[in-house]
Design a protein around this ligand. Structure first.
Ligand SMILES: CSC[C@H]1O[C@H](OP(=O)(O)O)[C@H](O)[C@@H]1O
Length: 345
């Protein structure tokens, strides 16, 4: 299953909010349609969101009907609309910046079709870079996966969270493809159940051994000695290594630390945001109360109950054993080693 697919004049989006019960696609032909798909979490996952907004930017340029002089002002509105969809995953803003930079390089062009071609090519490079980086993350990360390891993961950092292959699940895939007999414990990941609905689906489809657990079972599993290491994805990594990821990741990290279990983050370097000194500066998205009060349309709480629904939390760097990227695995002190990594070719 692909999270997104460029059709040449539309972006095919797999509606992940319907999985695993239904396979439903949206063929987006407007930037507004892409924005809505991101806000509704039809497409989600930091790298997948990055590639989706890149093509959303392209669709904006394809929609534009005016002359070339008016394109910059129109594209500023497109950028603003896409940028307001979700605040935490830095890949969204990194991809938009790449598209804006390419558009600025087109000012001397006099044919809008040439500009559109440049933007389509750039969005294609963003998607292809993600495919390539995830496999490199897998190759780097599989070396830290022991034979017969029991691995716990949280949320979905798989093919569905990226353009292809996944980051945390990319490492798990690479270890499996290398013949390691691993077993995965997948946290269901309330409230939207990305672990139950997406991670379990991806792993079962590829015959990777997986057990689904409720989020509140992770500690008990560790206490029984059934977890050898934890590996998760990331939405934004601060310069000091503090990492924002799906809500509940911090709890898993503290539990792993208490039990002496290695805790790894897998992410492309496009998720590292050196402009953010610590995790305290990372904006944490709060999502609609409905997502807590209902479970896919079925009420699970009284209609009037107050709700707190942060979509992410921040794991302090001291709980992170290593950060697995396409350029290599870094460990503490992250403020030094992440900087070195980012300048490494
Ligand atoms: C490969 S990073 C995926 C990352 O994104 C998820 O959040 P969401 O489903 O809300 O987009 C989660 O934090 C994953 O680790």
């Amino acid at each position: 299953m692909k999270s997104i697919e460029w059709l040449g004049d539309a972006l095919r989006i797999l509606n992940q909010s319907k999985l695993p019960a239904e396979i439903v696609y949206r063929d987006a032909v407007s930037y507004e349609s892409v924005a809505e798909a991101i806000e509704n979490m039809e497409v989600r996952g930091a790298p997948a969101i990055g590639a989706a907004v890149a093509y959303g930017f392209v669709l904006g340029a394809l929609e534009y009907q005016g002359d070339l002089d008016g394109l910059p002002a129109f594209m500023e509105r497109v950028q603003a609309r896409l940028a307001e969809t979700r605040p935490t995953a830095v890949n969204l803003f990194w991809a938009l910046r790449r598209m804006e930079d390419r558009l600025r390089e087109c000012w001397d062009m006099d044919d809008i079709e040439d500009v559109r071609k440049v933007l389509i090519e750039e969005a294609g490079r963003i998607a292809e870079d993600d495919r390539r980086m995830n496999r490199l993350i897998g190759e780097q990360g599989k070396e830290i996966i022991p034979e017969k390891a029991n691995i716990l993961t949280h949320c979905n950092a798989g093919a569905l969270a990226t353009v292809e292959y996944g980051t945390a699940l990319g490492v798990i895939r690479a270890a499996h493809e290398a013949g390691k007999k691993i077993h995965v414990y997948a946290d269901e990941t309330r409230p939207l159940l990305q672990g139950a609905r997406l991670t379990a689906l991806e792993l079962i489809e590829e015959n990777i051994s997986v057990t689904l657990i409720a989020d509140n079972m992770a500690g008990y599993l560790m206490q029984q000695g059934k977890v050898d290491l934890v590996i998760v994805g990331a939405d934004r990594i601060a310069a000091n290594g503090d990492t924002a990821n799906k809500i509940g990741t911090y709890s898993v990290a503290v539990l792993a630390h208490a039990h002496g279990i290695p805790f790894y983050v897998a992410a492309p370097t496009s998720t590292i945001d050196l402009k953010v000194a610590t995790g305290q500066e990372i904006p944490i998205e709060e999502r609609p109360a409905k997502e807590m009060r209902e479970c896919f349309g079925v009420p699970v709480a009284p209609e009037g109950v107050q709700v707190y629904n942060p979509a992410f939390d921040v794991t302090p760097a001291k709980y992170i054993t290593g950060i697995i990227t396409e350029k290599g695995i870094v460990s503490a002190p992250y403020s030094v080693n992440l900087l070195k990594l980012m300048v490494r070719s």
